[in-house]
Design a protein around this ligand. Structure first.
Ligand SMILES: C[S@@+](CC[C@H](N)C(=O)[O-])C[C@H]1O[C@@H](n2cnc3c(N)ncnc32)[C@H](O)[C@@H]1O
Length: 212
């Protein structure tokens, strides 16, 4: 699928037709992400950015742990309204919602001083070099020196499609190459994720830190 495919419509449909907890990427608890976030040892007011957050339970878990400066993004406004509804018992002032396309960002270009960029299962949808370059240019523009990056994507043994779309499979070396040598790999592991259907998906989780 090229850049003319309507990805916004695709993702809005995905969230409209399936309840959050039946989606093929739903996690009741984002344990692997939370473990890596803990390793970063950030203060609770650190600015955490979750590109392509969808309706991820990670945001509620971060709020429950006391994080106060979260920014979430998605190309799907439906996904972000579902996320907002799921957080109704929290103060919305602690979460900024940004509907924007990571491969053609406008609002996202205003972000700055991000302490942690956390992406689970979003980058791997960007099959074109120019989409990947735009994504990594944005990351490098908005992330602070010493900032952390968590990338969790389908690994080389993983599925070749997700949500009916082609994906690029990654390993830690490929992610390191995309980030460049101003980023240091702190942690990496493979993880088998169980979908609500019981099927499995193979992920690589990586944690990088930008040099000072
Ligand atoms: C497989 S889901 C993962 C959602 C979430 N990160 C999680 O772990 O539960 C992929 C998400 O990326 C979003 N997405 C896809 N392409 C995007 C783009 N170009 N810009 C922003 N978000 C995008 C989708 O709407 C969807 O919510």
């Amino acid at each position: 699928m090229g850049t003319d495919y309507n990805f916004e419509k695709h993702w809005n449909n995905a969230y409209l037709k399936t309840p959050i907890n039946s989606l093929g990427w739903y996690e009741k608890e984002a344990t692997q992400s939370l473990n890596l976030i803990e390793l970063c040892n950030l203060p609770k007011e650190a600015s955490v950015f979750n590109p392509g957050a969808g309706a991820s339970s990670l945001i509620e878990e971060l709020l429950n742990r006391g994080y106060t400066n979260l920014t979430v993004n998605d190309i799907s406004s439906i996904a972000l309204s579902e996320l907002r509804n799921s957080l109704s018992k929290h103060k919305h002032s602690e979460v900024k919602f940004v509907v924007d396309d990571l491969t053609n960002p406008t609002e996202l270009l205003k972000l700055k001083n991000i302490d942690l960029w956390h992406d689970r299962a979003v980058l791997h949808f960007f099959t074109l070099k120019e989409q990947q370059n735009t994504y990594f240019n944005l990351l490098k523009k908005v992330l602070k020196p010493n900032g952390f990056v968590i990338l969790a994507q389908f690994n080389l043994e993983g599925a070749k499609k997700c949500s009916g779309l082609d994906v690029v499979n990654y390993n830690e070396e490929m992610l390191q190459e995309k980030l460049g040598n101003e980023f240091i790999l702190l942690e990496s592991f493979n993880h088998t994720y169980f979908q609500p259907s019981g099927n499995t998906r193979e992920f690589v989780y990586t944690l990088f830190q930008r040099k000072a």
